[in-house]
Design a protein around this ligand. Structure first.
Ligand code: CDP
Length: 315
């Protein structure tokens, strides 16, 4: 099969053929879902022409030196410094090297999860991805607790843990959240923007000082470029790939059965109920992604049975 024909399955025209109503409800059934293994394989092959988790997920020790300066992707005149803590936490190899899972849940942060009772179903997946250190405590019924791969944009600190540098109780709240990752993976896009420099350093310091058993992973500088290329070749108008879209692409490489939850960038559900932007109510700025465009892509993939897009409450 040529790359062109693979891409053809994701092209814009096809995606626009799928009608979504103003609330963005999926049309395809979500019960008795059967994956189409050739579509799953097609998706994996397509993503892997742009992104290979064995080599592209994280910076590894053999690629950097203590004290090395790494240019930021969107602040190219500024450099991140590989300090002692940083160097210590950079992994020897990708934490997903050679890994493969039967079923995976990718948990997005949409308020559609509130009242969904999807927690047990999410936790029943073999491997669970979560985005941006989203709250778990208080939402276990709806979002579960299992966390094998958690991302954290550095901006999570100023938004959800404002004052953590000075205020001990906020700092403790942050460390408490980090502890919920246990010995699993924390993935930080550390080389995107200089504004996050202090936040990354602080996070690294907390992991080291509190002897947290977390496996750290730091997205290399080219990650956004790879992901942008992936979406662009499928003709999507994405300005900046969202965390959820990056996690879904990663999941496509390592999982046979992908279940997306909390992917719903609309203000209302199909019954007209208001949907919060984040299920945990954090007042982060609206992002510069084009999530409705991404949502259409996920709907297409759902209809092709390459993955399941869960937008209904769970049983
Ligand atoms: O880092 P980013 O701003 O992309 O993500 P977030 O707001 O922490 O949410 C995590 C992911 O959930 C997003 O990247 C989207 O893929 C998804 N999401 C969604 O589909 N609808 C929402 N209302 C909020 C998030």
């Amino acid at each position: 099969e040529t790359t062109d024909s693979i891409l053809d399955h994701f092209n814009m025209e096809r995606i626009h053929q799928i009608r979504i109503n103003s609330t963005g409800t999926t049309e395809a059934p979500q019960v008795n879902f059967k994956f189409n293994t050739s579509e799953v394989e097609r998706l994996r092959k397509w993503v892997m022409t742009y992104f290979n988790p064995d080599t592209d997920l994280t910076v590894i020790k053999s690629q950097v030196q203590l004290g090395q300066l790494i240019r930021y992707e969107v602040s190219p005149k500024e450099y991140a410094n590989i300090t002692e803590n940083f160097f210590r936490l950079i992994p020897e190899s990708s934490p997903l090297l050679g890994k493969h899972f039967r079923s995976c849940a990718v948990v997005g942060n949409s308020g559609i999860l509130l009242g969904s009772r999807c927690g047990p179903q999410i936790d029943s997946a073999d491997f669970v991805f979560r985005c941006n250190l989203a709250a778990i405590e208080g939402f276990v019924n709806d979002v579960g607790t299992k966390s094998n791969f958690t991302t954290m944009n550095p901006s999570v600190l100023p938004h959800d843990y404002k004052g953590c540098f000075e205020n001990i109780s906020i700092r403790e709240k942050f460390v408490k959240r980090l502890r919920l990752i246990h010995d699993q993976i924390l993935h930080i896009p550390a080389f995107v923007i200089v504004n996050g420099r202090r936040d990354v350093e602080f996070t690294n310091a907390m992991i080291v000082e509190h002897h947290l058993p977390i496996k750290a992973s730091y997205a290399p500088v080219e990650t956004t470029k790879r992901m942008k290329a992936l979406w662009k070749d499928a003709d999507f108008k994405t300005k900046w790939p969202s965390t959820g879209s990056i996690m879904s692409a990663l999941a496509a490489c390592v999982c046979d059965q992908i279940h997306l939850y909390g992917f719903y960038p609309f203000g209302m559900d199909k019954d007209g109920r208001e949907i919060e932007y984040h299920y945990y109510g954090s007042a982060r700025n609206l992002p510069s992604h084009n999530m409705t465009e991404e949502y259409r892509a996920f709907q297409t993939l759902h209809q092709r049975k390459a993955l399941v897009l869960h937008t209904e409450p769970c049983n």
